[in-house]
Design a protein around this ligand. Structure first.
Ligand SMILES: NC(=O)c1ccc[n+]([C@@H]2O[C@H](COP(=O)([O-])OP(=O)(O)OC[C@H]3O[C@@H](n4cnc5c(N)ncnc54)[C@H](OP(=O)(O)O)[C@@H]3O)[C@@H](O)[C@H]2O)c1
Length: 317
């Protein structure tokens, strides 16, 4: 993590974390060994009603978010996934999306100057008028640099929406990387052909696509390809699955039965299944709750049998 000059004088040390490190607990993302269970910032403001009450996330919501982010680091998490348009959530069971757009500011206030061995990943693409044009991407990256208070962004995903070719958009990010504004690049919401296309332009260190128990196996091929290429596969909606923007964790009976057998929670079972898909698969569960955060981090200690994993492969939420 490269802090901005004005933030560079202080440091925060990572604690050893919630559990001692075990083999397979880390993945080198860019140049940093990150814990395979990170943190997603999209839910920082909570599920919806309290977050949206004043349309921008009230001061108490922001204070809670700052405390939670500091707890994330205290527990040894060193990979946070964010975006300028977070927090965001679905409204009243609709798939409609509302962005409160303050996560990056809250992250900087809570955590800057950032620790050395830390990856703060952000994504550009979605805007209030749909996918940004290639010539708009530089402004979005500069805005993230300012909001996060850094001289260079650790990892920036092109979060594409509906493109056939991502070459023009990804090419702009590669140019910004060459200028030193970005250290590493990723792609999100992509197909195999688009990953190949990006890799022809610049190295890709991470793919962020939807993937979870109950989602079907549509992203199995790209997940496996990432493993073969040494690229991190970092799924979203790992917990909330089919509930998507609305949040929450589905309580499908087979998942609950496996959780009961292990004295675990359904969230932990879903995360353990995710991590079982390959050493290159990282999790970024999103939560507004310190209790859920700690619970999610303990999922790394849960080992599921081959039979249980096969049951989870077939779950339809
Ligand atoms: N690239 C993309 O297009 C894209 C899209 C969506 C998300 N993302 C990224 O992926 C991250 C993960 O996705 P997500 O946050 O949307 O969904 P998620 O992590 O699958 O699920 C979040 C939901 O699960 C709940 N939850 C979390 N831990 C729980 C636990 N232990 N027990 C019960 N409920 C629990 C949260 O509510 P509580 O607050 O009550 O815990 C929230 O409603 C995001 O934060 C974001 O960084 C990327």
């Amino acid at each position: 993590m490269q802090n901005s000059q004005e933030n560079a004088s202080l440091t925060i040390n990572l604690s050893p974390g919630i559990a001692e490190s075990k083999s397979g607990e880390f993945w080198t993302l860019g140049e940093v060994a990150v814990r395979r269970i990170g943190f997603g910032a999209k839910r920082l403001a909570g599920g919806g009603s309290d977050a949206g009450a004043d349309g921008a996330g009230g001061a108490d919501v922001q204070d809670r978010a700052i405390a939670l982010l500091r707890r994330v680091l205290e527990l040894g998490v060193n990979h946070i996934d964010t975006a300028a348009f977070y927090p965001s959530h679905g409204l009243a069971g609709e798939t409609r999306f509302e962005s409160l757009g303050w996560a990056n500011d809250v992250i900087r206030r809570a955590l800057a100057p950032y620790p050395e061995e830390f990856v703060l990943a952000t994504k550009v693409g979605p805007t209030d008028h749909g996918l940004a044009r290639p010539d708009e991407l530089r402004d979005l990256v500069e805005s993230d640099l300012r909001a996060l208070g850094v001289d260079s962004l650790d990892l920036v995903y092109l979060r594409q929406m509906g493109l056939d070719s991502i070459a023009e958009h990804f090419g702009v990010l590669a140019e910004l990387q060459a200028k030193g504004m970005i250290r590493h690049l990723g792609v999100s919401n992509v197909r195999v052909a688009q990953l190949h296309e990006a890799r022809e332009i610049a190295p890709v260190v991470a793919v962020q696509n939807r993937y979870s128990v109950g989602f079907g196996r549509v992203n199995d091929e790209i997940l496996q390809l990432c493993g073969e290429l040494g690229i991190a596969f970092i799924p979203f909606f790992t917990l909330t699955a089919e509930s998507r923007e609305a949040g929450g964790v589905p309580d499908s009976a087979p998942v609950q039965e496996i959780a009961d057998r292990h004295g675990a929670t359904v969230a932990q079972v879903r995360l353990a299944w995710t991590l079982s898909r390959g050493e290159h698969v990282l999790a970024i569960p999103g939560t507004s709750s310190a209790r859920h955060l700690e619970e999610n981090l303990r999922a790394g200690e849960l080992t599921l049998s081959a039979e249980e994993l096969a049951v989870l492969d077939a779950v339809v939420d």
